[in-house]
Write a protein that binds this ligand. Structure first.
Ligand SMILES: NC(=O)c1ccc[n+]([C@@H]2O[C@H](COP(=O)([O-])OP(=O)(O)OC[C@H]3O[C@@H](n4cnc5c(N)ncnc54)[C@H](O)[C@@H]3O)[C@@H](O)[C@H]2O)c1
Length: 310
């Protein structure tokens, strides 16, 4: 049987570069569609050397380009987006790429009759959660153009499902971290900030009591969830992808102190902070995708620091 081809937008970015090798291991061919705004050309060149990966250097804002490039592909992964922190500064760009871009990819996938489209949604569709853990059926309250585009993306997928039979899964990624992440990444800026200080022997400084928390999920587990979503029997649902564990900023500081191996205590900066907390209910990920997180946050953070030091 000839190999199936996966079309992956944003495939040259942080998460994409962890997904592509898993797809190759599974015997797929891969067509990366990326404007290389944040893509890594060297990594793509290494993957292309396998003979099973090609790069289309194009922009999701151009519907015709997306449609033409997707021809002949069996499955689609849509990761291309601009990040949450840019979306408040430049809503126009965010809407162009994240809203129009989503639509171009979904419409093309529906037209080409692909077997499954996997969309990178985000935990930010929930806004500030009222309770933990956060469940897929909880009320959505997206607060910025980026988050609004993720929620609208899920709604558009349901539209193309009803009108053209498109089969989809939207993965609501929680706080992704791991090797290859750019230091400017929104969720992980706190990791970088702490590690920078620890490497010069200074204690991390925590605002308030460090009670605000995130559900840190390793990029390798994220990549596994994307492959599982392409292959899952059941479709047409959003699925949370996290560990289910909320790690407070104070706990993160302790994990990083241990990982870097310095003898300091975190310093607390007494001030009022808005405490937001996050943890995913991952029951549906287990049931629909047969997926479990495999990397504990302590191990993932420790490995990350080893890689960065080496
Ligand atoms: N990293 C996280 O913590 C996180 C959390 C939730 C959701 N997500 C979502 O996962 C997806 C991948 O995130 P990432 O962390 O790998 O981001 P990233 O910025 O590393 O990768 C995005 C890729 O998309 C490409 N791209 C950007 N604009 C484009 C355009 N107009 N046309 C074509 N390609 C374009 C970039 O060049 C880059 O290679 C995004 O949709 C993001 O919103 C990420």
């Amino acid at each position: 049987m000839s190999k199936q081809t996966v079309f992956i937008t944003g495939g040259a970015g942080f998460i994409g570069l962890h997904v592509v090798p898993l797809l190759l291991d599974k015997g797929y061919r891969v067509r990366i569609f990326d404007n290389m705004f944040r893509g890594d050309r060297d990594q793509v060149a290494k993957l292309a050397a396998t003979g099973d990966v090609e790069l289309v250097d194009q922009d999701v804002r151009y519907g015709g380009a997306v449609h033409a490039a997707m021809k002949g592909c069996d499955l689609v992964v849509h990761l291309a987006a601009v990040s949450i922190n840019k979306s408040q500064a430049d809503p126009y760009e965010s809407i162009d790429i994240n809203m129009v871009g989503n639509h171009n990819v979904f419409a093309a996938a529906a037209d080409h009759g692909v077997k499954r489209l996997v969309f990178a949604s985000s935990a930010s569709v929930y806004g500030d959660p009222k309770k933990l853990p956060m469940h897929e059926d909880d009320r959505l309250d997206p607060l910025t153009p980026y988050c609004i585009s993720k929620r609208a993306g899920e709604d558009l997928l349901a539209f193309y499902q009803r009108s053209k039979g498109l089969n989809w899964i939207a993965l609501r990624f929680f706080n992704v971290y791991g090797p290859g992440q750019k230091p400017t990444a929104y969720y992980t800026s706190v990791i970088n900030h702490f590690v920078k200080r620890l490497k010069t022997g200074q204690p991390p400084i925590i605002d308030g009591r460090g009670e605000q928390s995130m559900d840190f999920i390793h990029v390798h587990d994220i990549a596994r969830s994307v492959v599982a979503a392409l292959e899952a029997e059941q479709g047409n649902v959003p699925v949370n992808i996290g560990t289910g564990i909320d790690t407070s900023v104070a706990t993160l500081a302790e994990i990083l102190i241990k990982a870097v191996g310095v003898d300091v205590e975190p310093q607390f900066n007494p001030r009022e902070v808005l405490v937001s907390r996050r943890a995913a209910d991952i029951t549906r990920a287990r049931e629909v995708l047969g997926w479990e997180p495999t990397i504990a946050v302590e191990d993932g953070m420790t490995d990350l620091i080893k890689v960065e030091v080496a």
